[in-house]
Design a protein around this ligand. Structure first.
Ligand code: IMP
Length: 438
């Protein structure tokens, strides 16, 4: 069935599954932006509930490519409402830049964008400290995106953060900012960085605040009223399960809850209002930044980079690539409760003669079927592989399941069975129309 047929049926019959959480099943960059864009067609509201401008969701519409960092991808469909929830961390200056960039490209950004009053604000000292802290770690660095994410969530947990609602009150904001700049400049100086000018930050942020004011609201109340009005929601996850602060490969993680549970805390929509969890995974594995990755492999890295694929949308860094790791995705299915799965980037494997899938790990004589919690043990894990014959033909133009090469179907069935979810969506390229449903 093609995507439009499926979406029509979903709208007619799926009211009981109205609110969907979409989560990355690996280390981020699973191609979520594109799947979100396709599913947005049947949702009224698209919500971001965690992370910040460390994310980069790429969506290709016609011949145009959009990379969204903070604004939900739903913004590309003018009749949808997009919400940046309380769990997100917002750099107001960069958000204004993103809004203006979209407007210049004739994308409507007005009453269709709502920003939570209680989202925390990212400041230049967060970015500065993010870079300095990672640098000081030397060989143990995380390789962050340097967008100030960790320090901002750190301030939130330490209860010294400033929120969007503070930014909306210039006098209160000026006082609070002064104290925060003083404290953070002391740390920046001690770490050999360049202290920030209070006046400059104040001026830049008040200017951004003025531009953001029309969008700022109590998004929790809005979302509850929308539920009562029978509207459907799509919660777009940023990053992926193994970057989750609790369930990921700590400390090589981001600072938010990227798993399905984070959609509730980061939006104020209670868990029993969530109807459906969709896991998105690549047909292979990638990771940006440092940290263990058992299936990392030069052969597949060279192949994908040679095709011009797997460069980060936010930082442009070359992603580390490896074979599909079903130990990871099985764990992801457990902590997220995937009802269904979307597999993206199948076409990336089109030229492989043999495709490997990791089904377990071993260290010496010890084998693991589950992800070890000890990061040092994970770093030592060697994959146990099962090999699949490649289909060695292009899948880029395939528009339905039955037209896929048998070997590609077998591969997809195997990786979704090993993960423990039902395959629902397959993506064979970056464009909207290179997606089909089962
Ligand atoms: P941070 O989120 O900038 O603190 O970075 C922490 C780790 O998460 C680093 O390894 C980043 O490369 C990774 N990371 C953060 N956001 C993304 C993303 O959207 N996709 C992939 N990796 C990410």
């Amino acid at each position: 069935m093609d995507i439009r047929g499926f979406l029509f049926l979903r709208r007619e019959s799926d009211k009981a599954m109205a609110n969907t959480i979409l989560v990355g099943a690996q280390w981020g960059d699973e191609g979520k932006g594109k799947i979100i864009d396709v599913l947005t067609e049947t949702s009224d509201i698209v919500v971001r509930s965690q992370g910040g401008a460390n994310a980069g969701h790429t969506v290709i519409v016609g011949d145009e490519k959009f990379v969204l960092h903070l604004i939900p991808s739903g913004i590309l469909r003018p009749e949808k409402t997009c919400v940046i929830g309380n769990g997100v961390v917002i750099d107001p200056v960069s958000l204004v830049g993103e809004i203006e960039g979209l407007k210049q490209r004739k994308i409507k950004v007005g009453r269709n964008l709502l920003i939570s009053e209680t989202a925390h604000v990212v400041f230049p000292y967060h970015r500065e400290l993010d870079g300095l802290r990672d640098q000081r770690k030397g060989r143990n660095k995380i390789g962050t995106t340097k967008r100030g994410i960790g320090p901002t969530y750190g301030d939130k947990a330490a209860r010294v953060g400033l929120r969007i609602i503070d930014l909306m009150d210039p006098d209160r904001f000026a006082k609070k900012l002064k104290a925060r700049i003083r404290d953070n400049n002391a740390v920046i100086k001690a770490w050999g960085g360049k202290p920030l000018s209070y006046q400059k930050v104040l001026a830049d942020y008040l200017e951004a605040a003025r531009k953001l004011k029309p969008y700022v609201t109590n998004t929790v109340v809005y979302l509850h009223e929308s539920i009562q009005a029978g509207k459907s929601m799509l919660f777009e996850g940023a990053q992926g399960t193994f970057l989750d602060i609790d369930h990921g490969t700590y400390p090589f993680v981001t600072s938010s809850n990227t798993v399905a549970g984070g959609a509730s805390t980061g939006s104020g929509v209670p868990p029993h209002r969530m109807d459906h969890v969709l896991g998105v995974m690549k047909a292979y594995t990638t990771r940006v930044g440092e940290g263990p990755m058992p299936t990392q492999n030069d052969e597949i890295s060279d192949l994908l980079h040679g095709m011009g694929r797997e460069y980060g949308a936010t930082t442009g860094r070359a992603r580390r690539c490896g074979w599909f790791d079903s130990v990871l995705t099985r764990h992801a299915a457990m902590v997220n409760g995937f009802d269904e799965l979307a597999v993206t980037n199948l076409d990336g494997l089109d030229t492989c003669e043999t495709i490997r899938v990791c089904t377990g790990y071993k260290v010496g004589r010890k084998t693991y079927e589950h992800l070890p919690n000890d990061g040092d043990a994970l770093a030592e894990c060697r994959p146990i592989y099962r090999d699949f014959p490649g289909w060695c033909s292009s899948t880029e133009d395939v528009k339905e399941w039955k037209k896929l090469p048998v070997k590609a179907r077998n591969y997809l069935k195997a990786i979704t069975e090993l993960t423990g979810g039902r395959l629902k969506i397959v993506s064979v390229g970056p464009k909207r129309e290179q997606t089909f449903m089962l």
